[in-house]
Ligand binder design. Structure first.
Ligand code: NAD
Length: 348
């Protein structure tokens, strides 16, 4: 039995990654489309064999309620629209898979979690890195203390962007700038690999004055997270430098390095291990997967077996609470303690 997905929003991510990935899934299939552009939707429907009656506009979206082909609604809209479409989708009785960042604010995340609980549907946030083999392997090596305890992490997710009219540069639709869009990967992946929650953050923020790209949202944030066992993660995200997506974990007896850590493919995991006076280097190669297909099939399996997703709504809420603390720290120029941490996935 395959779980049927309705894809909401036919932008770059849906067309280039998610819909093609659905066709490689083992437990999931494309069942319906939701778009504000009928011509584009017709073409996509014809290409992927979606029935005309399974094509919806944003106005007819709520009628998905009556469509038995659809089990899950996958929300791939601008961040500022995630809350509305999650709540409407939950009210239609469908399970929700929502793109990252979960919403614009932690308050919106709480409303989304409540709506899904009330409707008795599952909610998962699409943190694809948590379903990616190299990142999972690194997490396993760290948690087994293969290189001794982790002591310090450096993480950066940076790119350049050029179009100030894009929704990513509008506060209402994006929620923020580099931090919620790409910095989130440093935040979420660090929490994932350590399996711990930060107790304090300290941040700097900068936007070039007069640059229209950054009139509403930030260009650059650099922040530190302090974890209970003394580990510090030094993270940075930038919207105005050449692409760089990497992290490195320094451990007592070696280090682990991940290049292209947050990319769709091409992860490159290497390590160095102290061995007396020598240092042994290893390239830890392994087969790549389609991260989107792995993430989607995970959610389908949760529905088939009635289990909680590995990255539930609480995981998205936790990141929003931390991002709010990061902005607060940058504004106040001092560290901010994290008192509101959510109990994330207890089963991990
Ligand atoms: P996009 O701009 O390519 O697509 C957005 C879609 O939303 C378009 O089809 C657009 O027509 C539609 N839309 C509806 N109402 C809109 C409005 N008022 N303004 C602008 N667009 C509107 O964006 P994208 O890159 O596909 O991102 C969509 C979501 O996916 C975002 O939440 C983003 O953070 C997330 N994303 C996740 C990943 C990942 O790796 N998991 C990668 C890219 C994007």
């Amino acid at each position: 039995q395959r779980i049927g997905y309705a894809i909401v929003g036919l932008g770059h991510l849906s067309l280039e990654e998610i819909i093609p990935a659905l066709h490689t899934c083992k437990k999931s299939k494309l069942a319906a489309l939701v778009s504000g552009t009928p011509d584009k939707m017709q073409k996509v429907a014809a290409q992927y064999g979606v029935k005309p009656e399974n094509c919806y506009s944003y106005e007819t979206y709520d009628q998905i309620k009556n469509n038995k082909d659809v089990d899950v609604i996958y929300i791939v809209l601008p961040n500022g629209m995630h809350k509305e479409y999650t709540i409407r989708g939950a009210k239609a009785g469908k399970h929700i898979l929502c793109e990252k960042p979960m919403a614009n604010t932690s308050e919106e995340c709480r409303e989304m979690i409540d709506a899904c609980n009330k409707a008795n549907v599952k909610l998962m946030i699409a943190y694809r890195i948590q379903y990616q083999p190299h990142n999972r392997k690194l997490r396993e090596l760290l948690q087994k203390k293969e290189f001794g305890p982790a002591k310090y992490i450096e993480a950066a997710n940076c790119q350049s962007s050029a179009n100030p009219d894009h929704w990513r540069h509008k506060k209402k639709l994006a929620g923020g700038g580099a931090l919620p869009d790409i910095g989130l990967y440093c935040l979420n992946t660090t929490r994932f690999i350590l399996g711990e929650e930060p107790t304090e953050v300290f941040a700097y923020q900068y936007s070039t004055p007069g640059n229209p790209l950054f009139a509403e949202v930030e260009e650059f944030i650099s922040w530190q997270m302090r974890f209970p066992n003394g580990v510090i993660a030094n993270c940075a995200t930038h919207y105005n430098v050449h692409e760089s997506r990497r992290y490195r974990v320094l451990c007592e007896r070696g280090w682990l390095n991940m290049d292209k850590a947050y990319a769709y493919k091409g992860q490159d995991l290497t390590s160095a291990r102290a061995n007396g006076k020598l240092e042994l280097h290893e390239n830890i190669g392994m087969a790549e997967n389609n991260q989107f297909a792995a993430e989607i099939d995970h959610f389908s399996e949760c529905i088939l077996k009635n289990t909680k997703p590995f990255t539930p709504g609480e995981e998205g809420l936790q990141d929003h609470l931390l991002m709010e603390a990061i902005y607060q720290s940058a504004k106040e120029g001092k560290p901010v303690k994290i008192n509101t941490a959510v109990k994330v996935a207890e089963h991990r």
